[in-house]
Design a protein. Structure first.
Length: 367
């Protein structure tokens, strides 16, 4: 084991920003000695042991035991050294991801070539490439004791802050301070969704069929149960120009959660539609709930004028599995297209749908 003057150990471009409790570590080193040497490159650049280096300096040491490591193992060495000591902050985890990803991806490609994968001249299978990238992400995340999905959320928060520091920068500080990555990520998604909603172009034209899925406010439920999209208050929903969008003879399909049914009836009346009946989506799995677990969601059907339905054999419920990010099932839209009349409008839509005009914060502009 070599000994190196502390003055010759150079610390540059380190991922760890918060060194934690150095005083307690210095007391431990003074009592027990330096049990693990500081790890450096042959040129004296620090790889692992910055906390121990700082503790040795505070003890007044001039020299410290060091281990020299091949420069090719720098990033991996620092991560392995620290992963079992003081936990990295999420922002530090992301910095290491950026350093490790090119190394791991290059190694994965080399492994593919060696085992008959995407060798030069062979056609790439993009499904396998995506799987390979996922395995690389999971491998990097495992060093920090987190999942690949959690690492992806950390990356999204950091990259949003890099693009718009003033708007999203505080989320990084919040994430590092409390370590609650999921809740900060949900807050990021809501803020981004709100940004989309403010950028939506005004809607023009008249529609005979309107489907509206209001982003109901969930202020009374715990943070973990709140949606990851921007919400609106009842006052904001009442101010929507639904009356100007609907033809004199029109159908309205108004989505409502079980808790928001009273608010939905108030919206329908304010928008000058007559309530006719309730359609029910029966889901195939349990959702959240305070008294009962939610397995249904409802659609209030209303009419302006005297416009009948096109068919008379539709029931008042349909069954479909739960979808993603407030997206409604295709079975519902098939029912609407059979029962009602074009032109069709989907307000607060989550995806573009052929034959429909879509509008809202899930889609950046009408299509």
């Amino acid at each position: 084991m070599a000994r190196l003057p502390l003055a010759k150990i150079r610390v540059r471009n380190r991922y760890r920003k918060n060194l934690g409790d150095i005083e307690s570590l210095a007391v431990s080193i003074k009592e027990l000695g330096l049990l693990h040497p500081i790890v450096v490159r042959p040129d004296g650049r620090l790889i692992a042991g910055e906390r121990r280096l700082e503790a040795c300096k505070r003890l007044g040491w001039k020299f410290a035991p060091v281990t020299y490591v091949d420069v090719k193992k720098v990033v991996l060495g620092e991560y392995a050294e620290n992963a079992f000591r003081k936990n990295f902050l999420p922002s530090e985890v992301n910095a290491i991801r950026k350093a490790l990803e090119p190394i791991e991806k290059a190694a994965a490609k080399e492994h593919q070539r060696a085992h008959g994968g995407t060798a030069p001249g062979r056609k790439k299978h993009f499904g396998k490439v995506a799987q390979s990238d996922g395995r690389v992400r999971d491998k990097i995340a495992s060093f920090a004791g987190i999942s690949g999905r959690t690492l992806t959320k950390i990356q999204a928060i950091i990259e949003a802050a890099e693009r718009k520091p003033r708007k999203y920068g505080p989320l990084v500080a919040e994430m590092d301070r409390n370590g609650r990555i999921d809740s900060v990520f949900r807050k990021l998604r809501r803020m981004q969704d709100e940004e989309k909603r403010l950028a939506v172009k005004p809607l023009s034209g008249k529609f005979r069929t309107l489907c509206i899925d209001p982003p109901w406010s969930y202020s009374s439920v715990p943070e973990r149960a709140r949606p990851s999209y921007a919400t609106m208050s009842q006052k904001e929903l009442l101010a929507l120009s639904v009356g100007a969008w609907a033809d004199e003879e029109a159908h309205l399909y108004l989505w409502a959660t079980n808790a928001d049914l009273p608010n939905a009836f108030a919206l329908m009346e304010a928008w000058r539609f007559k309530y006719i009946t309730t359609l029910t989506w029966v889901k195939q799995s349990f959702g959240l709930g305070t008294y009962f677990r939610t397995t249904t969601e409802h659609v209030l059907f209303g009419v302006r004028g005297h416009l009948p339905t096109r068919v008379r054999n539709n029931g008042t419920y349909f069954t479909a599995p739960k979808t993603f990010h407030s997206e409604k099932p295709d079975a519902f839209y098939r029912m609407v297209e059979l029962a009602s009349y074009p032109p069709f409008l989907d307000v607060f839509a989550r995806k573009i749908r052929p034959g429909w005009t879509v509008w809202g914060n899930g889609i950046s502009e009408a299509a």
